[in-house]
Design a protein around this ligand. Structure first.
Ligand code: VGL
Ligand code: ZN
Length: 195
């Protein structure tokens, strides 16, 4: 169990219908199972006056992130649609952080990458954390092998003490073992893996 305090932020990554609902277009197996676990963590965080923020994959209808437009993914999390909304059972008690809005690949909660040029632009996450004087980041959500791992690795690169909650994440696993490899990458980056 991680300890929360006012200088800690719980970053809830992409607990959105397209990932967390079995009817979602990029459903992550077991995604719905993490919702009550994440809610419990949110409650503990808020009780300790920690900051809770929520990233949201937030794509336009046309983006090179999607297979139909040259990328690798089925259409998912299109801005303002059901699939992009938070899972209805998620307890939302903090600001949404949109990523991918301009057609970029939005894997990390901290930055977005233009798949054509490789250029990175920051999301609003770092600003929110800096404003609140955050030193430690705790990450939960979807998916382990994409947005969770990239968010964790970026958090470490930015100098935050970082923990990831192993029971509150699930992997896409396009290739078997991707989830375990992502966890190894997070450990190598200096993140602590907690239950
Ligand atoms: C994600 C694939 C495509 C994620 C987002 O939230 O992990 N995965 N877009
Ligand atoms: Zn996406």
């Amino acid at each position: 169990m991680v300890d929360y305090d006012p200088k800690t932020a719980l970053v809830v990554v992409d607990v959105q219908n397209d990932f967390a609902d079995p009817a979602g277009s990029l459903y992550v197996r077991g995604g719905e199972e993490i919702v009550p676990i994440v809610n419990g963590e949110i409650e503990r965080a808020l009780a300790a006056d920690a900051v809770v923020v929520y990233t949201q994959d937030w794509h336009p209808e046309v983006t090179p992130h999607f297979r139909k437009d040259g990328g690798i993914w089925p259409v998912h999390c299109v801005q303002e649609t059901w699939g992009a909304r938070f899972h209805p059972d998620l307890n939302v008690e903090g600001p949404p952080i949109h990523k991918g809005s301009g057609g970029e690949d939005g894997y990390s909660g901290f930055s977005m990458r233009d798949p054509r040029t490789g250029d990175r632009t920051p999301t609003s996450l770092q600003e929110v954390l800096t404003t609140r004087g955050i030193g430690k980041v705790v990450v939960a959500g979807l998916a382990t092998d994409y947005c969770v791992v990239e968010t964790v690795v970026d958090a470490r690169a930015l100098g935050y003490d970082t923990a990831v909650l192993s029971e509150a994440i699930r992997a896409v696993e396009l290739q078997p073992g991707d989830g375990d490899r992502a966890i190894a990458r997070m450990r190598e980056a200096g993140a602590i893996v907690e239950r």
